[in-house]
Structures are given as C-alpha cells and as structure tokens.
Ligand binder design. Structure first.
Ligand code: SF4
Ligand SMILES: [Mg+2]
Length: 447
C-alpha cells in the first residue's frame, strides 16, 4: 500500500505540484479524488474540464484522467459540448471563481438554466489568484486586493444563489475547512441528473489572505468556521430540484425532428458520395440567408448531413450577405466553405461577385443574375433571376427563383422536398413564392 492512498489518482510525473504552500487547491484535489474513489467512478468515464487560473490547475495536469485545459471563462461551454457529445461520460468542471463566476459567469448561468448534466466544482477563493490577486465578483465588500487597496466598494455575488435561481438541479456550498462534507457534496453533485454546482470556499493565503490579515492557511480556515458560526456564510445544500435534464430534452426534440424527416430513399438525389460546397451571395434584403436555410433543411430532410452558416452586415437591408452550405453523406468538419473550395458560387450583385469570387475552386460553377453579367467572367451562367421574380408577381421573391434554379440545375435536393420546406417556412405571399420557385426550376430544366 502506498503512503498516500489516493496517489493513484495523481499524475506522478507532474509532482511536485505548483500550488503555494497552504493553498486550498490541494484540499479540493484530495476531496475530489476521495469522492471518485468512494463512488468507484471508472477513470475512463471521467472528463475533467478547467479554464484558466490557479484553480484550473487543480485537475490539469494533476489528476490522472482525461483533462481539457481550456480558455479563460469558457470551461463550462467546452464541458457542455463534451456532455452533449457523449452523455455517457462523467463531465466535471473544476475551476476558480474568477474564471467561472466572473469571466465565464454567463456560461454558468445558462448551463444552470438549461440544466446540462455537468458537475461544476467552483473554487471560490475570493480573488483572481494566478494573476496577482485582483478584485473578483466574489470578493467580499471592503476586502483588500491589488485592485482595491483601500477596500472593495462592491458587494460579492452569491454565485450559488444565482445558479439555484437559474434552475440548477443541485447546488451546495462547502468550505475547505470541512473536507468530509465536501467529499459528500461532490459525490451528491456527481450523482445528480442535471446541472450540479458545488461552490467550495477555499483559501488563498498567498494573495488574498495576507492582504486581509490571514496570511496562513490555518488562519483562513478558522476565519471560514467563524463566518459559518456567525451566520455570515451558509454551507450545505442550497437547492435541489427535479427539472428535466437538458440532454434528455434535446433528444426528445431530435426524435421529433427525425420522425418528421422524409425517408431518404424516397427523395435524396444521389451524389456518389461527393461533398457539395456552395455559397449564395448577394445583398442584405435579397433573402440569401432564407434561401440557404430552406435548401439546408430540405437537404437534411433528404437524409444528407448539412452544415450551414451565414454572413450579413449590421443592417437588415443593403451591405453584403451570404449563406454557405456544405452537403455531405459523411461527417463535416469545416465551419465555413474554405476559400478556393466552393463547387458552386451564386453571385446576385456585382459587389457580391467581387467580394466572393475567390471562394470558387478552379473549374467550379459560377451562376450570376443577368444584371451582374457585365462584370462576370465569360464562363459564368447568367440567369434572369430578378426578371423571373417579377414575372412571378414580386421582385422580392428573387431568392425563391434562385432556390428553384439551384435545386434543379445542380440536383442539390429533391424538388418536392424543397417545395414542402418552402411551405413550412414562408408565411407571406406563399403563392407568389411557390410560383417563383417553379419558374426557377423551369429555367434550369429548359437550359
Ligand atoms: S496564489 Fe493563491 S490560489 Fe494561487 S496557488 Fe497560491 S495560494 Fe493557491
Ligand atoms: Mg479565484
């Protein structure tokens, strides 16, 4: 038996650790390992996520499990991705108050509201420790920090109270002065189905304590106990609710979406396994984003994997606007159509053509509105989109002509599926939009 029974949970090659003598981070590491050991959580099931700061170093690199050391304030956002991507994992965030309640406060708020199945161990040492002891949103009123040398003029946030109000399934506050109750609460948090927060009031003798007449760990631990005795610090369970957990709700919605999807074999055009990368570019107000959304949804209904993103200016009308789509039978790893990779570019105005033509790969298809033709290269295909929209009854239906033309000319999705998707999306002037779509289809078929 080793001298320290939890040694197997530490990455021994990282020892000695870099925490200051007396730092509460050691107690958090120890109690977390004890809880994992007591519960018998398999190490392969654990993912530990931290942000930036002294407390972010507690799991990473010290704990022997998969760890994600992420950017400042974003640990809960990363952890949400892990938990949603693989709900079978035990995803635990361990990070500090500055990281999780200050810079990342918004993520904490919304993960609690969504009730994402995460355990968050928020180490509250009242300060930004690693960067030298600046005032944090958790710093008590009148406390001395490097940025409040005459006392903090602000009140501290009650981060456990905020998480409870936001809808967390389990919230507890404990102190490093009470390690066994801390172990118990970490275990309860990990057993919770939903968002669980354990706020651990912890000592930072080095940069917080010594500025506030508590330069050693024992002085800080005694101060915590005195605060509890005086009723200034509430410990124990703060909230426990039975709300539906986010991933369950998400799966229910996904199931609904899947059940409404058309069977792929009835509708999907066959692209021989090729990916199709395309951009529809025009001006704000021309409906390129809507056209992209409808096309993307229709292709997904046809059973393809679809990535879609869009770019538009700060005004509803005018300025450049574009929609990127990647249609694939496999997994998609791009977050935009890369420059020089598009199979197809539709440019509805001369300025859109100028701004976006570099996205087209060599030999790719360029489609322009006939009004853009003057500035377009000779190999471009010009289609009278605007004129056909007017023929349908309204120039604003230009995006539906584009949609009809693209669907039919490039076999991007089943025409009937796109029609059905238009009916679901378009509320105003539906018959005009349908007519515009059909004119686009006819233009492609007669070309
Ligand atoms: S500065 Fe404070 S929080 Fe950071 S390691 Fe030292 S004692 Fe711990
Ligand atoms: Mg801190």
């Amino acid at each position: 038996m080793s001298a320290y029974p939890l040694l197997e949970y530490l990455r021994r090659e990282e020892l000695p650790h870099t925490m200051c003598p007396g730092c509460g981070g050691g107690t958090v590491l120890n109690t977390f390992a004890r809880a994992i050991d007591d519960m018998g959580v398999p190490r392969d099931d654990l993912v530990l996520v931290s942000g930036i700061g002294c407390s972010a170093w507690i799991p990473s690199p010290n704990f022997e499990a998969d760890t994600l050391h992420t950017t400042h304030g974003r640990a809960i956002a990363y952890a949400t991705g892990v938990a949603v991507g693989n709900p079978d994992l035990e995803t635990v965030v361990i990070s500090g108050d500055g990281d999780l309640a200050g810079i990342g406060g918004n993520h904490l708020l919304h993960a609690a509201r969504r009730n994402v199945d995460l355990t968050v161990i928020l180490v509250n040492n009242f300060t930004y420790g690693m960067t030298g002891g600046q005032v944090a949103p958790t710093t008590p009123h009148d406390s001395i920090t490097t940025t409040s040398p005459f006392g903090n003029p602000e009140d501290a946030i009650d981060i456990s109270g905020v998480a409870a109000e936001a809808g967390a399934a389990f919230v507890a506050r404990q102190t490093t002065s009470r390690p066994q109750t801390l172990v118990n609460d970490i275990a309860r948090a990990m057993q919770t189905d939903g968002f669980a927060l354990v706020e651990v009031v912890s000592q930072c003798p080095t940069v917080y304590g010594r500025r506030n007449e508590m330069a050693t760990a024992p002085e800080m631990l005694e101060w915590m106990e005195a605060q509890i005795d005086a009723g200034e610090l509430t410990v124990g369970t703060i909230a426990e609710t039975d709300r539906p957990e986010f991933i369950e709700s998400l799966e229910a919605v996904s199931e609904r979406a899947r059940s409404e999807q058309m069977p792929a074999e009835d509708a999907a055009p066959d692209h021989d396994g090729r990916d199709l990368l395309l951009r529809i570019a025009g001006e704000g107000g021309q409906g390129v984003v809507t056209a992209g959304s409808i096309l993307g949804e229709a292709a997904a209904r046809n059973g393809r994997n679809v990535f879609k993103t869009e770019e538009y200016g700060s005004r509803a009308r005018g300025g450049l606007a574009s929609a990127d789509l990647i249609l694939s039978d496999g997994e998609i790893f791009e977050a935009a159509v890369p420059s020089g990779d598009a199979d197809l570019l539709v440019a509805l105005t001369p300025s859109a053509l100028q701004a976006h033509q570099s996205v087209l790969k060599s030999g790719g298809d360029l489609v322009v509105d006939e009004t853009t033709l003057e500035t377009a290269p000779s190999e471009a295909t010009a289609v009278p989109f605007e004129r056909l929209a007017e023929e349908a009854g309204d120039a604003r239906a230009l995006n539906m002509v584009v949609l009809g033309y693209l669907t039919a000319a490039f076999d991007l999705a089943d025409v009937g599926t796109v029609r059905g998707t238009i009916d679901r999306h378009v509320e105003r002037l539906l018959s005009t939009n349908r007519r515009a779509f059909d004119l686009g289809v006819e233009a492609a078929e007669s070309a």
